[in-house]
Design a protein. Structure first.
Length: 473
């Protein structure tokens, strides 16, 4: 089918001018694509505000969410008033104002309930954080319509069916496919552009869920799959996937192409430019995936290409995830004792924490792994419980944590054919006296991760980036 799904992120709908860019981009795409679907995020910063309202209310603060409600109203009204200047129909804009007002009221009501209960359940957090996308479609769709593009706002609760894993819900593909097709095909066949909320879905019974922070990219992929789209374009605020986060490395360059495996590793290890769950669905269906810049649409951006493509270069990009804790289980008594690793990770799993990286010394005297810092204390307790007897008998000498570490990951499919890359990376870090605490190689062999102390992280990223610059230069 000749369907294009385009997703616009928070900055891309962050103010009236950005939404004007979106309208131009959608208009241009319609010249080449008979069927266009638009997915939008909440306006930049809005999801954080909504969650702040919920969390402060849960902590017994009955004021902050009311102040935030005023700010949310102001932000959306300002944008609306600005957009309304371009166009003629005051009636339509009055309707939008009523919509926004009712969604902000819903925010206040939900936060008040959280305040009274003194607790924000995952389900309540989803109901509250879904409001940002529900507001932004009410700005973007009418603006497109007034700009001459037939468009209709659609809440993805009507399309994306998920399980009940609130805050990180998993889509149910068959139901999502049938509901999405039933709801969107009639619009698409009539030349109407659905403007769909990113980030959110609903259980089969209609309870709102969210797909996880940054999940609007994933929404676009899910709709692409459900509609058998030919391409998915992720519009953001940089020229595409870059050799590093441009906020850390000023010399970062856009990569014209990146393989699925490379972008998967980059996304998984912290490159915010694409949500890690976005990639698998589109690879499986052979849907072309592009990352482009809303504010520089003439730049072609980055195309995500098949893993069979001959690898370009060696190190292609470097990324970092902050806010991690490294945990170590160690002891000579562990040597050769079966089951220590299994028990370690079962104990972690019971805390519902996901482990992002594991290394084990070949002597089996220590197991070292990384979890997000907020889960650190919980995991530490679980390990101490699990190995109480071994600790008493000193088969395990100690379980200890190193807080505030950063995972730095170097990505490049060509690395596996090139000896000596790891040596170059470590000597460049060594020169700068950056201490590498642990190392792991990605199973796909296209990434190497290093753990460094938080204060060294930015310097480490810049040093590694110099290796990329040297190769390019
Ligand atoms: P959106 O709201 O459009 O989804 P995000 O803020 O989620 O945008 O992602 C885009 C941001 O990702 C960029 O502004 C950039 O700072 C950051 N980023 C991190 N690593 C990379 C990278 N390797 N390439 C491009 N951008 C990156
Ligand atoms: N608005 C959501 C967030 O900030 C989803 C997204 O922007 O992708 O996490
Ligand atoms: Mg994002």
């Amino acid at each position: 089918m000749n369907t294009l799904v385009m997703k616009f992120g928070g900055t891309s709908v962050g103010n009236a001018d950005a939404i004007r860019h979106v309208a131009r981009i959608v208009h241009a795409a319609q010249a080449d694509w008979p069927q266009v679907v638009v997915v939008v995020s909440a306006m930049g910063g809005v999801t954080d505000m909504l969650l702040k309202g919920a969390h402060t209310a849960a902590e017994g603060d009955g004021e902050t969410f009311r102040v935030l409600a005023g700010e949310l109203r102001g932000k959306h009204y300002d944008t609306l008033n600005n957009l309304a200047k371009d166009l003629s129909s005051p009636v339509r804009w009055d309707e939008v104002r009523v919509w926004i007002a009712s969604l902000v009221d819903e925010f206040e009501t939900l936060c008040h309930a959280v305040y009274v209960l003194g607790e924000a359940s995952a389900r309540a957090l989803d109901a509250i954080s879904s409001l940002g996308e529900r507001m932004s479609i009410q700005l973007v769709a009418p603006y497109l319509r007034e700009a001459g593009i037939p468009a209709e706002p659609i809440e993805a609760t009507e399309l994306i069916v998920t399980d009940k894993n609130f805050q990180s819900a998993n889509p149910i593909s068959e139901l999502t496919r049938s509901r999405t097709q039933a709801r969107l095909f009639p619009l698409l066949e009539n030349g109407i552009v659905p403007v769909v909320t990113g980030f959110i879905g609903a259980t089969a019974l209609g309870v709102v869920t969210t797909l996880g922070r940054g999940g609007s990219d994933f929404s676009a992929a899910l709709l692409g799959v459900a509609l058998d789209a030919r391409e998915v374009w992720i519009w953001t605020d940089v020229d595409g996937v870059m050799t590093a986060d441009p906020r850390i490395v000023a010399a970062a360059k856009t990569l014209p192409e990146i393989t699925f495996r490379e972008i998967s590793e980059l996304a998984y290890y912290g490159a915010k430019v694409l949500h890690p769950k976005t990639i698998r669905p589109v690879v499986e269906r052979d849907i072309a995936l592009w990352v482009k810049n809303t504010f520089n649409p003439s730049n072609p951006g980055t195309r995500v290409v098949s893993d069979d493509t001959a690898p370009h270069g060696t190190i292609r990009a470097v990324t970092a995830i902050r806010g991690q804790t490294m945990l170590n289980v160690e002891g000579r008594g562990m040597l050769g004792v079966p089951g220590v690793a299994a028990r370690t990770f079962s104990a972690v799993a019971r805390t519902h924490t996901s482990v992002s990286l594991i290394t084990q010394a070949s002597s089996e005297q220590s197991i070292c792994f990384i979890v997000p810092s907020r889960a650190g204390p919980l995991v530490m307790d679980a390990l101490n419980d699990e190995f109480r007897r071994e600790l008493e008998q000193q088969n395990i000498d100690r379980i200890w944590a190193m807080e505030n570490v950063v995972i730095i990951t170097v990505v490049g499919a060509g690395m596996r054919h090139t000896p000596g890359i790891a040596g170059q990376i470590f000597s460049s870090l060594g020169k700068d006296r950056i201490n590498v605490v642990a190392i792991a190689q990605g199973s796909s062999e296209c990434s190497v991760s290093m753990i460094v102390d938080a204060p060294d992280a930015e310097k480490a990223v810049r040093e590694i980036h110099k290796l990329i610059e040297m190769r390019e230069g």
